[in-house]
Design a protein. Sequence first.
Length: 353
Amino acid sequence: MAKNCISKLGFEDCVIYLVNHNDILVPKAAHGPKSTHNTEDGPIEIPLGQGICGHVAKTAKAEIVNDTSKDPRYITDGAAGLSEICVPITCDGVLYGVIDCEHPELDFFTDRHLKMLSAIASISAIKIKSARDCKALMEERERLIQMKEEMVELKFRTLSSQLNPHFVFNALNSIQYFVTSEKKKLAMEYLSMFSKLIRFYLGQLGQESVSLKDEIEMLHSYLTLQKLRYDGLFDFDIAVQEDPKKIEEAIIPSLVVQTLFENIIESVMSHQQKGQHFEVLLKVGSTSVTLEVVHNSLNMKSANNLSGYREGILQWEEQINLLNTVKGYNITNSISTLSDQKRLITIELPRLL
């Protein structure tokens, strides 16, 4: 474009400046005497408001200067010109840069030159805007693809943890024990609970939400089976301070509550910590569901120092961050120590319905 301005319009010098994120005009193309000219510190860069170019960029108004020697704004940057014309490159109120041309003759530039250069600037602005919009669109598309891949990985990772071989085999072994011990009623109860849990996990693999009622039922089943697996090393209570109708109506994001308990229990109980107790309290609001988990331990300091426990919580928090980024859920969580034997975990989930 700089070359065409010279060859087609009869100019002798042309520089295209683009404005950067610091509101500095940076030369991006040049033709004529200044095409190879740099200052001692490199290519000249002009802040908005400084010099003729900076003034045109700041005001977004084109100018013709018939005698630069009489204009105090003129910045000498090599071969001085006595005439200068400068037009802004703008589109929809957005400044992209300026086209600046100089000529060694006085009064060289005319209104005709101004109209032609303004038309060139308008076309250039549209092309620049289009190119940047396309780039932004491609970057957003790549970001969405990456987030979708991360969500798929998260779901499979979650399913893998939910169907942990130790959990599955121990549950089946316990059921087998009840059968061989003639405790058929217990065997049927646990087998029914186990099969429902597996169906729930597989059904949730392709889902982004879950009813609070189903989540509570499955959490109860999961904790019951884990309690059986660890031979009663921990106990739990689940309480809901709401009308049952609100529980049935509430829909929350999946992959949060279950994963929290999986990470905590697998990390704590793998070290055979005795005397564990979980008090779960659910509160349903108009726009959110709050889950409070009080974790009681006879040896909380020991639990705090377990690397597995810390890693489990960290993985869960990373999962929440990913869900917030991908889905915009704004899930919040906090962990606080109530006493030497109590820790409180609070989660606020959005009500999706």
